[in-house]
Design a protein around this ligand. Structure first.
Ligand code: BTN
Length: 229
């Protein structure tokens, strides 16, 4: 697969979309981003020392109802990469990767649909490796901090690319979800409530129990805060 290495770009996700007109899978990495994008329209701090990459992948006959698998595979790959450096990372549904209670990585997926099928996906991954997180202290953590030694971005990138190429297995994702069985704060458009997280369904929805009532929550509609955070 073609890999492009950039010094600086606004956002690797935005940049890689210029190739959507073709049909060739590729990867774009940048040392820093000036307009890193997060989920729900947020920005993503992207100073040098972090790993910022986007993968463009084209599909044939990939049903949109299975699109969550793309996200799950990316999150699992990051956890496996962290494990390569001795860090036990976990996934905060749907796709934040946490270590030592802080956010280690964010993932932004932008799918291009063709009817009921995914034609292409842009998977953007930002991992804190050895970037300065002073402004995000208590929220974010770097892989170097969690590993207890300064890690090199290129080395982390190589490991991540290996895991991204591996076969995806949804069981791995389920095993890495860190808070099942726990009480979570759910922030919904019509207010917030407490619920017990039960399981993640294959379509990506989170099944919770709220006062004995079982309901499925969509990540697009709600935000979750863990009890201890
Ligand atoms: C989030 O946590 O809200 C998602 C953050 C995703 C950040 C990555 S960094 C590489 C790619 N380019 C972007 O602009 N965003 C993603």
């Amino acid at each position: 697969m073609k890999i492009e290495l950039l010094e600086e770009v606004d956002s690797t996700n935005t940049y890689i979309k210029r190739y959507l007109g073709g049909n060739e899978d590729r990867i774009v990495c940048a040392k820093r981003q000036t307009g890193g994008k997060g989920t729900k329209g947020r920005s993503f701090m992207s100073q040098e020392g972090g790993l910022y990459l986007s993968i463009l992948k084209f599909y044939e006959n990939f049903p949109a109802e299975k699109a969550f698998r793309i996200m799950a595979h990316a999150a699992v790959s990051v956890c496996k990469t962290a494990a390569d450096f001795g860090v036990a990372a976990q996934i905060k549904w749907p796709n934040d990767v946490l270590a030592n209670g802080g956010k280690l990585c964010g993932i932004l997926i932008e799918n291009v649909l063709n009817g009921k099928f995914v034609r292409a996906s842009v998977v953007g991954i930002g991992v804190n490796v050895c970037n300065d997180l002073t402004a995000l202290r208590r929220i974010a953590v770097s892989l170097s901090e969690a590993a207890g030694k300064k890690l090199c971005v290129e080395e982390v990138r190589e490991k991540l690319l290996i895991h991204l190429r591996e076969e995806d297995d949804f069981e791995d994702y389920l095993n890495l979800i860190g808070f099942l069985g726990q009480t979570v704060h759910v922030f919904a458009p019509d207010g917030k409530f407490l619920a017990t997280a039960l399981r993640v369904l294959e379509n990506g929805n989170l099944e919770v129990s709220r006062n004995g009532e079982i309901m499925a929550l969509s990540a697009a509609e709600i935000t979750l805060r863990l009890e201890e955070s």
